[in-house]
Ligand binder design. Structure first.
Ligand code: GLC
Length: 742
């Protein structure tokens, strides 16, 4: 099944094949861009090389580039929001190469069919240009195809980080790619590989975790999105974002300043991008933030020298939304800002509105010699290569075979599985959970019966919103479906009506939707007054209280925790709230592990694993129902027999090449107490020369290699884990490894 419906090039090729050598004119029914059927004759000119899919991509790129004017090339570097086009024909007139839907920028009606029609219409316009270069269309499908009503909305990244399941995340990538493909769209601005170091940051929920290992592990999303090859059916282009250090700003200030040494920046924020590049991510989006006071959108060293040079990134770099405008700190963009951003290594600029002015300014900078033509050509090579690899020239239109699968039962079941696996049980006194299906349950809280609240930001609109925003199952609906008698599950948002006749009260509370800077919480990080009042009512009834926290981050709840019998972090589950009920009623035991250290108070922020601060719950904390897992916080736990292995090491080959390989070793603390000073040892099967190593110090003791933690990860929280890696020459045979600690 072709990835998309045949387009102009395929039709023209058929035309040539039909008429090749023929002495007669043939009336071939074909529509090029919707025009009337065109007469053909044997004198059809030979197809230009770039239209020949049998040629290597590089050859096609060079041929096409040789035919392009400066305006053609600048157009390819221009990305506009769908709503910014004053008229559709500007797409062709200005040779614009990319369109995006910013958060919530949707057609009316907001249906999959309308999206597909819109996409195909843009494509027809783009293909009407002399060179017929298709557009590439990008959206923020960051937890499913979340702009589209009816699409499956998966848990946000913080919940997926709690699963510690890269295979699940890859499957989510695939399902998301299929739903995006069903609307024609070619490209998602995901995954966010941010390492959130300060939970006050409004984008904490877009992070898989506070250490580089968790986002690095979850780069499997890229494999799911991009598939076995970009032109395979259902594959779309992925984006590693936001390069670099977006999650490390001082105070968690969105778009703020990340003040770190280069060594710290490389140790904490670079590994996920290295992993993404190794997985072949097609694009990288630059961060709004700064590094030590220098805006990333103008950072030539980090974009060109490190990302493209050192890491060998061969895809294209896209700016963030009007990110170029921020370089001089003033409203709007100038020729100098355009020049500096493009010369720093940005290949495509998400303008996204005043495209005429952008094109005019960049043209002026090139003609003045302030932006070298080599830079323009390099940007075009990178962009065009991805368009060829995506198969857009051969099959530019929507593959409608995926449209019906948007919001499918299969995808919703996958999302429900992800919700279950993300549930993180932090407290469970007296085994109040799981609930008995026959129990008389009082449910309260603003997040119990609200699809919008449980989905969070980037859902249908940019900021998201409360209410019935898209089809799905709320937590309450899931609970009633799980109960043997739904009428015994009573709901009142505010807790009015609760009394001692109930077996248990369940309060589903937390945050309401937000995105980006709107979610920054530089002050209080506690529950709002409504939730606190609701909880008071429930507690006054004298029944056990289970709290389900629907939030995009850890919250400051230590002061209330003593009055709760159980606490389940549900994160932002998305449309399949029944996955929360699956855990509450014990159909599935909770397996989630904290992807972020949980503060004792907001005053501790930033608080991260290994920083010496006393957390309420450590990174990696998570209980289950069989009584295993770490004990209550503060409990020293069983130090374990010093003689027994208190940690487990898992060694895997990440990649190998002639004569060399890269390995990754995951180290897990198997005790319920912090583990200091772990060591991993192995004896290679043959000669081994270590090249580079990260996140551990590797030494030799005779034939044995000894790896120890590199400072920030030398201490593992109870149940916590870390990973280190290295490159080496020698045999990639997997050795037996042993782990010891403390
Ligand atoms: C936003 C975000 C970025 C998103 C882009 C396009 O401002 O920073 O994550 O991909 O704009 O919507």
């Amino acid at each position: 099944m072709p990835a998309r419906a045949p387009g102009r090039t395929a039709v023209r090729d058929r035309l040539r094949r039909l008429t090749a050598g023929a002495a007669v004119s043939l009336m071939v029914a074909c529509t090029l861009n919707g025009t009337a059927p065109a007469a053909a004759s044997a004198d059809v000119p030979p197809a230009p090389a770039y239209e020949d899919p049998a040629l290597p991509v590089d050859d096609r790129v060079e041929d096409l580039l040789s035919r392009m004017s400066l305006d053609d090339k600048i157009g390819q570097m221009t990305q506009v929001d769908r709503g910014a086009l004053e008229n559709r024909s500007d797409l062709a007139a200005y040779r614009i190469g990319s369109v995006l839907s910013g958060g919530g920028s949707a057609p009316t009606p907001n249906t999959p069919q309308a999206w597909a029609e819109m996409y195909d219409s843009f494509q027809r316009t783009a293909l009407s240009t002399p060179l017929g270069i298709p557009v590439i269309y990008g959206v923020d499908a960051v937890h499913g195809h979340n702009n589209v009503r009816g699409a499956t909305i998966f848990p946000h990244n913080i919940g997926l980080g709690a699963t510690r399941d890269p295979g699940l995340v890859e499957r989510i990538g695939r399902a998301t790619a299929e739903e995006v493909s069903g609307t024609g769209i070619d490209w998602t601005f995901a995954p966010c590989l941010c390492v959130a170091r300060d939970d006050r940051w409004g984008r904490t929920y877009e992070s898989f975790g506070e250490t580089p290992e968790i986002p690095s592990a979850m780069t499997t999303l890229i494999d799911g999105l991009q598939g076995a090859s970009l032109d395979a059916p259902g594959s779309i282009l992925a984006t590693a974002k936001h390069y670099i250090g977006d999650g490390g700003t001082t105070g968690g200030d969105d778009q703020g300043d990340t003040r770190l040494s280069e060594a710290e920046l490389r140790e904490v924020h670079l590994p996920p991008f290295r992993e993404a590049v190794e997985r072949g991510v097609g694009s990288v989006m630059v961060s709004y933030s700064s590094w030590n006071g220098v805006k990333m959108h103008g950072h030539r060293y980090l974009i060109t020298d490190v990302l493209k040079g050192e890491l060998g990134f061969t895809g294209f770099v896209v700016s963030d939304w009007a990110g170029v405008d921020q370089l001089d700190g003033r409203q709007g963009f100038t020729a100098a800002e355009v020049r500096d951003a493009v010369n720093a290594g940005i290949d495509m600029v998400m303008v996204p509105h005043d495209y005429r002015r952008f094109i005019e300014l960049l043209r002026g900078e090139v003609r003045a010699g302030r932006v070298p033509m080599e830079r323009i050509d390099d940007a075009n090579r990178r962009i065009l290569a991805k368009k060829f690899e995506l198969g857009l020239f051969e099959n530019p239109y929507t593959d409608r075979s995926y449209t019906a699968g948007i919001g499918s039962a299969e995808h919703r079941e996958l999302a429900r599985e992800a919700v279950r696996k993300s549930q993180t049980l932090l407290k469970n006194d007296g085994g109040v959970l799981p609930l008995d299906t026959s129990a008389k349950v009082f449910v309260a809280g603003k997040n119990a019966d609200d699809i919008g609240n449980q989905s969070g930001g980037w859902t249908i609109t940019w900021q998201g919103g409360s209410g019935d925003v898209t089809p799905g199952t709320t937590v309450l609906e899931g609970m009633r479906a799980a109960a043997s008698d739904p009428s015994r599950v009573v709901y009142d948002r505010y807790g009015n009506g609760i009394d001692g006749s109930y077996d248990v009260a369940v309060a589903v509370v937390g945050e309401t939707p937000y995105a980006e800077m709107e979610g920054d919480r530089p002050g209080s990080m506690g529950l709002d007054q409504e939730d606190l009042a609701t909880l008071s009512r429930l507690r006054a009834a004298g029944v056990p209280v289970v709290v389900v926290l629907v939030s995009g981050r850890p919250l400051d709840i230590a002061g209330q925790l003593g009055g709760w019998d159980a606490l389940l972090a549900a994160w932002l589950p998305g449309t399949e709230g029944a996955g929360v009920a699956d855990v509450l009623y014990g159909d599935h035991a909770p397996t989630g592990k904290l992807p972020m250290t949980w503060m004792r108070s907001a005053g501790q922020q930033p608080i991260n694993d290994g920083d010496g601060k006393e957390a309420l719950f450590p990174l990696g904390h998570g209980l289950t129902y069989d009584g295993t897992g770490p004990d209550e916080p503060g409990d020293p736990g069983d130090p374990g027999d010093p003689g027994q292995e208190r940690c487990t090491a898992h060694y895997r080959i990440v990649s190998q090449w002639s004569g060399g390989f890269q390995a990754e070793v995951t180290v897990r603390n198997d005790t319920s107490a912090p583990l200091d000073g772990w060591q991993v040892r192995w004896t290679p099967s043959g000669a081994l020369t270590i090249g580079s190593a990260w996140n551990a110090v590797l030494t030799r003791a005779g034939d044995t290699v000894v790896a120890t933690g590199s400072g920030w990860n030398a201490r593992l929280a109870p149940g916590g884990s870390t990973a280190f890696g290295f490159t080496a020459t020698g045999s990639p045979a997997v050795p037996a490894v042993s782990c010891s600690g403390g």
